[in-house]
Design a protein around this ligand. Sequence first.
Ligand SMILES: [Zn+2]
Length: 322
Amino acid sequence: MNNLAIGVDFGGTKIACGLVDTKTGRLVGTTKKKTRVLDDSKDVQARLQSTIDELLAETNVDIKDTLGIGIGSAGMIDRKKGVLLLAPNLGVSQIPITEPLSKHYNVPCRLGNDVEVGTLGELEYGAGRQCDSFVCIFVGTGIGSGIVCDGKQYLGATGTAGEIGHTIVVPDGRKCGCGGSGCLETYASRTAVAKEILAGLEKGFDSGISDKIDLSKGIIRSKALAHGVESADELVIHAITKAAQYMGIGLASLINFYNPQRIILGGGLIEAVELYLEVAIKETRLRTLSVPGRHLDIVKAELGDFAGIIGAAMLMKNHKQT
Ligand SMILES: [Zn+2]
C-alpha cells in the first residue's frame, strides 16, 4: 500500500482537490472547480465526484491504491456521520458527504471542517512541525482557529473548540452572525475591514478603494486591500490597523490563557496584507503577560492555498494509524 491520499478542500467559492503523499506532504497533482449555490445532495455529490475523477485521470492513479478521501469543508459538520450540517455560503444543509463517496469509490472517506484540516496540515507539514502546543488562526471573511495540545489537535468536548472569532472583545458591540454581539470576528475579519471602509466612505472620506468594494454586500478582496496599503490609501490603512489591533487584543487573551509555544496566522487577509500581520503582532506583544509572551513565536502559516488539501489528506493518514 502506498501513502497517497486524496484531499478535498470544499469551500464557499471552490472545490480544490489534490493527490498528496501523506509521508512527505508533497502534492502530486491538483484540480479545481468553482462552486456555486448548490441545491441538494445530488448536486454536491456530482461536483465532488467530477473534481475527483478529473484528478484521478490527470494523475493516472487508481483510487484503490490510495488511503482514501479526506474532505475539509466550510460550515458546520458532523464528523462521526460524515454529514455537512449547514454551509450558509453554499446554501446547503444536512448533506451526507462521506457515505455516498465511500460507496461510489469503495474507499474510506473522512470529513473534517476547514479550520481543523488547515491546522492539521500546518501541524504535519507546515509552520507547526516539531511544535507541541500551538494555535492556528485563520483570518478571512470570518475568523477560525485550531488548537494543538501535546502534539495533537484538540477538538473539545463537543468538537467545537477554537471558536476564537466568537470571543467577545466589545461588550454590547456589533451584532454577530452567531447571535451574540461584540465578537472578535465582527471587529478583526476582512468583513470588519470592509465595514470600517464603508463607514468611512459614507462619512465622505476620499479613497481609491471605493470602486473595488461591493457596496451592497460590503465585500472586498484581500488583494484590493493590499493594493490600498501599497498606494498609501489612508482609509484602507486606518481600517486594517484597527482590525489588526483588535486581533492583537484577542490573541493576547488567548496566549495568557493557553500559554502556547507558537501562534500561527494564516488565511486570505494574512497572506495578502503584511500590514495586518505586523500590527497584530505588535499589539499582541504589547498586551501579553511577560512570561508567556517571552517564550512565544508568532509566525505566518506556511502551506498557503494548499493547506486545506494537504490537511484533508492527512485525515486519512491519521485514519490509517487509528
Ligand atoms: Zn459571534
